[in-house]
Every structure is written in structure tokens, then in C-alpha cells.
Design a protein around this ligand. Sequence first.
Ligand code: G6P
Length: 369
Amino acid sequence: DAVERGEYRHYMQKEIFEQPRAVADTLEARIHAHGVLPNIFGVDGEELLAKVKGLHIVACGTSYHAGLVAKYWIEDYARLPVSVEVASEYRYREAVVPADTLFVAISQSGETADTLAAMRESRRRGYLGTLAICNVPESSVVREADLKLMTRAGPEIGVASTKAFTTQLSALALLALHLARQRGLEQARYQDLCAQLLRLPRAIDEALKLEPQIVALAERFVHRHHALFLGRGAHYPVALEGSLKLKEISYIHAEAYPAGELKHGPLALVDEDMPVIAVAPNGPLLDKLKSNLQEVRARGGELVVFADSAAHIDGNAARGVVLRVDAGGEFIAPAVFTVPLQLLAYHVAVLRGTDVDQPRNLAKSVTVE
Ligand code: G6P
């Protein structure tokens, strides 16, 4: 055990630091500077994907959050409608399936009972086909899917998923680019997105260098009971994932909101006892997010902002802590911003002395309903 963890205190920490490698492995021989290779979904993949008119993504937990990010990407770049649903909901309702819809299951283990049952149920519902995004080649989900795109995270031991998530995002980014190209995304835009994705391992590597600052930041959370995570656009799911990590391993109650919803409820909770963690990448929604942060500040809330280096949010103005993250581009930013949130959850949990790799009441893979 100690040998496998090497220099790291927990598997989770090791797995967080394995992300540049895991993401690079997942992209390896699937994308180069000119684009995504056409055959990455297997022999029938290209033809089947060319017929797709919409996608239904189904997953649980962290894998569900990856699906939510993919919705923003696929709708933005490929202009295809995407719905994302947790498997335990999807399997027990009569979802409407428009013609030529692709069913996509995302699962690290490929054995999650609800996801597997949802996929089996989808067979009855008249989809064009099924695609599995999964980390375990011999798993049930992979065996039963028409198309598969494997993540290459390697074994993930920590119950709280980290490298599985960023490799799922990498695989979903490949899917989004493939669909976008087939549907005529402008060449220059396509090439820029490919270049960003190729930079992702390095951008994650840079984000990992924030660890010493995050260790210091974690001290502020040790005695907290609640935390609120905010993000907008594709960073709303990143906020969800950050809050899930914190609650899973530190047992601090955390919630995530799309920042624009703050005024419709959660603002009532904001006072000096409620730290607010915001993800602020550079992009068209930055000014909107800044005004959301202003609303928090005006109520005495303590702010922690993970801000893009280009975002011009300074510490004084934030009256809190600002940590700079170099996102490396708007497309890959959700994967990059996830990393400091994983580190924050990890170091808060370490300080609180919880069982980081085996949090109470949780299982790595939920194979019964
Ligand atoms: C459990 C794990 C989570 C995981 C979820 C879905 O709840 O603790 O980390 O995200 O199952 O698992 P899957 O293997 O389907 O991705």
C-alpha cells in the first residue's frame, strides 16, 4: 500500500497528481494538431455519429458532472441538442427519444447498477445507438455498448473520483470535436479547439503547482460547517464537482449554484459564516460573475475566487482570496479549474483528519441499487 502510494499521503493525492499523465494517455493517438482522428470510435463509429441528431447522456455522481460539461461543449460547437440525466432518474421514467438520438453512458467503473440498468432500458427506447465512455475495458457497460471510447486513467483507488473525471472530460472533448467537425464547424475555430485540447496536460500540470497556496487556504475551511460554490456556463458543473468533492471527503455541507441563481435563494444564506468559492475563468460571462461576487461581498461573505490570470480580479477588490489559474483557453478551462477544487477538498479533509480514501458510507462503485 505505502509502496504504491509512493511519495503521496493518500491515493487521492497521488491520483490528482497523475492527471497530466492520465489525460495525455487518453488523448494519445486520438488527436493531433490537424484534428481528431476519424476512427477513434471504431470501424462503424464515424458513420453512426454522422447520423446523430441529438444526444442523451446518462451517468451517476462525478461522471454525471462530466456529462453536464459535455452538454455545453456539444451544443456550442456541434449545435446538437444534448440532455443529461442521472441514471436513477432516467431508468424509471418514460423519456421521449427523438429520432436519431445517441445514448451515451459515462462511467468510471462500467459497473454502476443504475447506469447499467439505464443503458439496458435504452435498448427498448429506440435509440440510434449507444456509446460508452468508460475506464474499464472489460466492464459490463463497455461490453454492452455499440461504440466505446475508453478513458485511460489507470486504476482509481480513492473513492472520490479525480483523474477519472478529467479523463472523462478529455474523452468527451474528443467527442464534441468529432461531432463539431462532421457538422461543419469552421476550420480555424476547430483547429484552435484542437490546439487547446492538446495543451490540457500541460495546463493541468501548471494548476497542480497551486498546491502550496491551497494548503494555506484549506486552513480557513477546517472549522466551517457550510460552503457555497458558484460558477457559470460550463463552470457550473465544475462548481458542482468541487462541492461534491468537499462534502464527500471532508463532510462539510457544500452546495453549488449557477452564479446567476444566487439572487433566487442562496443569497439568503450568505453571511460571514458562509464561505463562497467562485470559479472565474475568462470569458463572456466574467462581468456577470463579477457582479454576482459583488452581491456576496456586500453581505459580508468571505470569498475565495479561482480566477483566470487574464480575468483581472484583484484580491483587494474581492476582499478575500484570489488564486490565479492559467486556464489555457476557454474550451479546456473546466478541466483545468477542476484541479484546484480537488486539491482544496483534499487538503481540507486532511486537516479535518477524515479517512480521505475511504470516506464513511460511500463506495467506489455502487453495483447494487
Ligand atoms: C460512486 C463513486 C463516485 C462515482 C459514482 C459513479 O458514487 O463514489 O466517485 O462518480 O459512483 O461511478 P461510475 O463508476 O459509474 O463513474
